[in-house]
Design a protein around this ligand. Structure first.
Ligand code: TXA
Ligand code: MG
Length: 330
């Protein structure tokens, strides 16, 4: 018998009540959804759900785990996981909802998954306008969302551009028409009471200076801040890291992957397995947590079993290689 043609659910849905309900259900089920914001389209997932966040990187074919922006409905939601200094609060009050992202310290006990922040102790936060804001309020949880393009491509400003860039990797795209701003948000971080521009974007530096009353320091003055993936404050374990290990010594901790353990695992100082079934999304979701816990075991070295190089494995290996790199160069 000939197979029936499969009827695919419509992937691009116009912004509105039906799309809101569909997007909310998908996000609550741990899926990614492409949504319009006033800057560019974002590829969103529940920021408290590690496997969902891992799917963002997977869908974008992102070869490394860059920290993502956490989108909130308002300042009150941001305050559940981040601390506002007085100047950051003034900026949020002036520009939210809108194209300003603030980098803030995380609160102890916060629920943001470490994959969102790439293990940093700060988080980038903004309150978007429009459909995104309604969706976050309906879900009641923050959404992690980078621009909804395949890694290395242009940020999309239409639903069609998202579709062209990400193809079938995204089960649901909400179409809110062309984005108003068309440029990513401006990223600002306040340190020692001074605002610093980390990324120019949809809100002009002059508009920010009009609120702060002083010139905005440029990240160019400090190259380390321009590339957050390279920040010294990026989580690096105290223990040495030994990648692609074929065996583990009794004074080492073991970071495992897959169903089989390498020789010596039964005598290792501590053992945690990223995914026993070899699921790379589960492994990505566990990566930062497991590295931190093995480090806390006090082992002098963390031996890491080989991780496949395909799919999310590329980003996992990238992160492990950074953690294993000599510290002086961070
Ligand atoms: O307009 C936008 O900002 C769009 C929409 C979807 O909201 N989003 C966006 O996200 O452009 P993405 O992932 O493409 O860019 C996020 C930027 C990256 O440059 C990242 O390094 C920076 O935010 N970032 C995230 N967390 C950070 C942190 N804790 N410290 C410094 N920079 C951070
Ligand atoms: Mg981007």
């Amino acid at each position: 018998m000939k197979a029936m043609p499969t009827v695919r659910a419509r992937r691009i849905v116009p912004a509105g009540d039906a799309a809101l309900a569909q997007a909310k259900a998908a996000l609550a089920a741990g899926q990614v959804v492409a949504i319009p914001t006033e800057t560019v389209y974002g590829l969103a997932a529940d920021a408290t759900d590690g496997e969902a966040v891992a799917r963002i990187f997977e869908s974008k074919h992102r070869p490394s785990f860059n920290p993502l922006i956490c989108h909130v409905s308002d300042i009150a939601m941001a305050e559940t996981f981040a601390d506002f200094d007085p100047l950051s609060r003034r900026l949020a009050e002036a520009f939210w909802p809108g194209a300003l992202t603030l980098v803030l310290p995380l609160k102890p006990g916060h629920a943001i998954h470490p994959l969102v922040t790439a293990g940093l102790d700060t988080v980038a936060v903004r309150a978007p306008k429009g459909f995104g804001a309604d969706l976050i309020a309906a879900l009641g949880r923050p959404l992690a969302a980078p621009s909804a393009n395949r890694s290395g491509r242009l940020s999309p400003t239409t639903a069609r551009a998202v579709d062209d860039s990400l193809g079938d990797a995204v089960p649901l795209i909400v179409d809110g028409g062309p984005t108003q701003v068309g440029l990513e948000s401006t990223i600002v971080m306040v340190a020692d009471g001074k605002a610093r521009l980390l990324r120019p974007g949809g809100i002009a530096a002059e508009a920010i200076e009009a609120v702060t009353g002083v010139p905005l320091a440029r990240a160019d003055a400090n190259a380390a801040i321009r590339a957050p993936g390279m920040l010294a404050s990026h989580y690096a374990p105290n223990a040495r890291m030994r990648l692609n290990a074929g065996s583990v010594a009794p004074d080492e901790a073991l970071l495992g992957f897959g169903p089989q353990r390498i020789a010596g695992a039964d005598k290792a100082k501590a053992v945690l397995v990223l995914s026993r079934t070899g699921d790379l999304a589960e492994a990505a979701a566990n990566l930062f947590d497991h590295m931190a816990r093995l480090d806390a075991s006090g082992a002098r070295c963390i031996a890491v079993e080989p991780i496949p190089a395909h799919g999310l494995g590329e980003a996992i290996n990238d992160r492990l290689a950074r953690a294993a790199a000599p510290r002086e160069t961070s």
